[in-house]
Design a binder for this molecule. Structure first.
Ligand code: HEM
Length: 355
């Protein structure tokens, strides 16, 4: 069974000891993909179950983080030299095709009830029901659509990328893997699954997640920002209106800040006051800070911890036959792991065996 999470296959769960063959599933996905062939193949996740809409989302994400000449010289934009604008518009149209009817139907439901549709049950209800000071809808339907799409782009990849890298690094360092499993066994035991309330008691698991996020951020740079006033940072003058790109790897792999920075070493975080994914001192960028910082830090942290803790606690992990280590190379054009992680998982909690 192949479990997809984010952009890559993250786990090959082999319930028997034999590795499963995912070739057929890959083919199946190609068959199902239909119109996705219009998207650049380099941006397609190798995922059997991903929909055309999800693939368009990954296209958008890859372009957000990629180098684009007109970001640096806006007068070039009309030429669309790298073709990004065209590809982006195409991908956004695909996404809108899936999202718009859902959003429009929900707005219609709220409006047909005179603006009252009971208690908001999800984030879409919240967007629709927000009111300004005069009691009118705060967001237009176009703004709701944009907010909904942005939320999906922001959420989709960070936790899975972090956990995929954490697992890859830990499989290459069995002592670390074992230490995390020992902690989980000590705190949770064999008779139940990890719960959110366990996180405070799992500092080593949290340190593993934090270390993966430090060493393997999802993108080399933070999202572009524009300086709203003249400012001076570390002696460098940044005029108002400059586009500012902060290097995530420049911070997180800086040998002046991190000893032996390229080594995956969760222990380095155990002396922190609180081992967490958030990094308010910006020694690396996890959620960034300030007005444009991530609004989903707590949820993203919980998603990451839960995913990592449960895969570690619920399964015994090993490498596929014939492999003695995970290839930790990054993709040439991004920081994703170049060869999606495949590992074998054998259920280890007896009470789950009937599932
Ligand atoms: C481990 C998980 C996550 C990580 C590492 C992460 C990281 C980030 C980073 C680095 C930024 C850019 C901040 C900046 O531009 O300075 C960001 C922005 C954002 N994130 Fe997250 N994020 C995660 C999960 C989430 C979740 C779960 C949500 C929503 C529920 C979310 C919603 C957003 C939004 C809406 C923005 C844009 C904020 C803005 O531009 O004003 N993120 N995130």
């Amino acid at each position: 069974m192949v479990v997809h999470c984010g952009r890559h296959f993250i786990l090959t769960l082999t319930i028997t000891q034999e590795p499963t063959e995912d070739k057929d599933e890959d083919n199946e996905s190609d068959d199902k993909s239909g119109s996705e062939s219009s998207l650049p193949s380099a941006t397609k996740p190798s995922c059997p179950s991903s929909s055309v809409g999800a693939q368009a989302g990954f296209t958008v994400l890859s372009l957000v983080y990629s180098f684009c000449a007109s970001d640096f010289n806006p007068s070039l934009r009309i030429f669309d030299i790298d073709g990004h604008e065209k590809t982006m518009k195409k991908a956004i149209n695909v996404i809108n095709k899936y999202h718009d009817p859902i959003i429009e139907k929900r707005v219609q439901q709220w409006r047909s009830n005179g603006g009252v549709n009971g208690e908001p049950e999800d984030i879409l209800d919240v967007f629709i029901s927000l009111k300004d000071d005069e009691g009118k809808p705060l967001l237009t339907i176009e703004e709701i659509k944009a907010q909904s799409a942005e939320l999906i782009f922001e959420v989709v990849d960070n936790p899975s990328n972090t956990v995929e890298w954490a697992m890859a690094e830990m499989l290459n360092q069995p002592d670390i893997l074992q230490k995390a499993i020992d902690e989980l066994d000590r705190v949770i035991g064999p008779h139940r699954l990890v719960k959110e309330s366990d996180f405070p008691n799992l500092p080593y698991m949290r340190a593993c997640a934090r270390e993966a996020l430090r060493l393997h951020p999802i993108s080399p740079f933070n999202l572009p920002h524009v300086s709203s006033i003249d400012s001076t940072v570390a002696g460098f003058f940044i005029p108002k209106g400059s586009q500012v790109l902060v290097s995530r790897v420049g911070l997180s792999r800086n040998p002046k800040v991190w000893e032996d920075p390229m080594r995956f070493n969760p222990d380095r975080h155990l002396n922190e006051k609180n081992v967490d994914l958030a990094e308010p001192e910006l020694r690396f960028i996890s959620f960034s800070i300030g007005r444009r910082g991530c609004m989903g830090g707590q949820l993203g942290t919980a998603m990451t911890y839960m995913l990592l803790a449960r895969v570690l606690h619920s399964f015994t992990w090993s490498l596929p036959a014939g492999e003695d280590s995970v290839n930790l190379s990054e993709e040439e054009s991004s920081l994703f792991i170049a060869k999606p992680l495949h590992a074998l998982a054998k259920p280890r909690l007896a009470f789950l065996e009937h599932l």
